[in-house]
Design a protein around this ligand. Structure first.
Ligand SMILES: Cc1cc2nc3c(=O)[nH]c(=O)nc-3n(C[C@H](O)[C@H](O)[C@H](O)COP(=O)(O)OP(=O)(O)OC[C@H]3O[C@@H](n4cnc5c(N)ncnc54)[C@H](O)[C@@H]3O)c2cc1C
Ligand code: SF4
Length: 323
């Protein structure tokens, strides 16, 4: 690991000043420190955000939606009974994410911004396309865990369990830097690496995520999160699905269907959601939606199994909304 300076400011303004001067944000450190140990991140200075109290916790003002501070530990979202009543999908999505130790250290902001788990990427000595090299080693190499859809030069998959759940509820994020604040749809944070875009996130240099916001209207949806893993614990999703809809007199409205583990970004196909509007989410409609979501899938040598898995997981997730 390279030598670096470390600061733990109490005020957001101080943290932003340090970030403007090139420091890198540190939250729970569960991803960043691993990247540093492996020589994949070499920050000259770190700004530890955990001393900034105003960025932790969540609140739900009736009619004003849900707000979750970016520094909130994942375990807090998972264990809060009050939050489980407001937005049960959060607990569902986090239950099988990493381990309880990692969920205790890991934060919401860090989870959204975690880097991909491609083994070529995580190997310090391998300079693949995403790291500035000329080729992706996964496309013709070991690609059991890689993308089946939506990928171009780089076949990573979106690793987060929390993200699909938040996207199914139309989440937005608040961002701040020394140049000001802005808000964006959470979906716009994610970049499928291609062309000159050799990155996974659309965060600007020196910018922090301060908050995740879920609009009140979305909280009326029923939601579910399903995750397929190759072992029962400590495992990233082979495929995951977040499904949500308002169920009015047995009929689905405002359907959302987001997949993790299949594409470089959380995968959403509007045509599949539209086809489900006004249906009773019967078996035929759910199977049809699953086909639409995976219509463009082009699996690699070792990951054809993901197509079958994804299709079945989508069908089950949708059916469970009316079970
Ligand atoms: C063994 C293992 C298994 C795992 N399994 C899963 C899993 O099954 N599902 C899953 O979803 N995740 C999994 N993870 C990932 C884990 O959830 C993330 O490492 C964690 O959420 C990152 O949060 P953190 O606070 O520790 O982030 P850090 O490591 O501190 O930071 C990660 C990145 O985010 C940036 N950052 C952090 N907060 C902010 C902010 N507020 N604004 C701007 N930038 C910020 C940092 O600069 C850094 O680039 C696993 C991790 C490990 C090590
Ligand atoms: S999938 Fe992306 S990160 Fe992995 S080897 Fe290919 S270019 Fe690199």
């Amino acid at each position: 690991m390279n030598a670096f300076s470390y600061a733990r400011p109490r005020a957001l303004a101080e943290a932003l000043r340090m970030l403007r001067n090139g420091a890198i944000a540190l939250a729970g450190g569960t991803d960043l420190v691993g990247l540093m140990k492996d020589g994949l991140a070499r920050p000259a200075s770190l700004v530890d955000l955990t001393g900034i109290e105003g960025l932790r916790g969540w609140s739900h003002g009736k009619g004003r939606g849900l707000r979750i501070g970016a520094l909130t530990p994942l375990v807090e979202l998972e264990t809060s009974d009050a939050l489980a009543k407001t937005m049960p999908i959060l607990r569902e999505s986090l239950r099988d994410a990493a381990t309880v130790q990692l969920r205790t250290m890991g934060t919401v902001g860090g989870n959204l911004l975690q880097r991909n788990r491609c083994w070529y990427f995580r190997d310090e000595g391998t300079v693949c396309w995403l790291k500035g090299g000329s080729r992706c080693f996964a496309i013709d190499g070991e690609n059991r865990y890689h993308a089946i859809i939506g990928a171009q030069e780089c076949v990573i998959v979106s690793p987060s369990d929390l993200v699909p759940a938040l996207l199914a509820y139309d989440a937005e994020i608040a961002l701040t830097s020394s140049r000001g604040t802005r808000q964006m749809k959470l979906a716009d944070l994610f970049v499928a690496p291609h062309g000159r875009e050799r990155r996974e996130h659309a965060l600007r240099p020196g910018e922090l995520i301060t908050e995740v916001r879920v609009p009140e209207a979305a909280l009326a949806r029923r939601g579910t999160y399903l995750k397929a893993m190759d072992r029962k614990a400590w495992s990233f999703a082979l495929v995951s699905v977040a499904a949500a809809a308002k169920i009015e007199r047995g009929v689905a409205r405002d359907v959302r269907l987001i997949m993790g583990g299949v594409a470089p970004v959380p995968w959403r196909v509007s045509a599949a959601e539209k086809a489900l509007e006004g249906t009773t989410l019967d078996d035929a409609a759910c199977a049809d939606a699953a086909d639409r979501v995976l219509a463009g899938a082009t699996p690699l040598r070792d990951n054809g199994y993901k197509v079958t898995l994804a299709r079945e997981l989508v069908r089950r997730a949708l059916r469970s909304l009316v079970a």
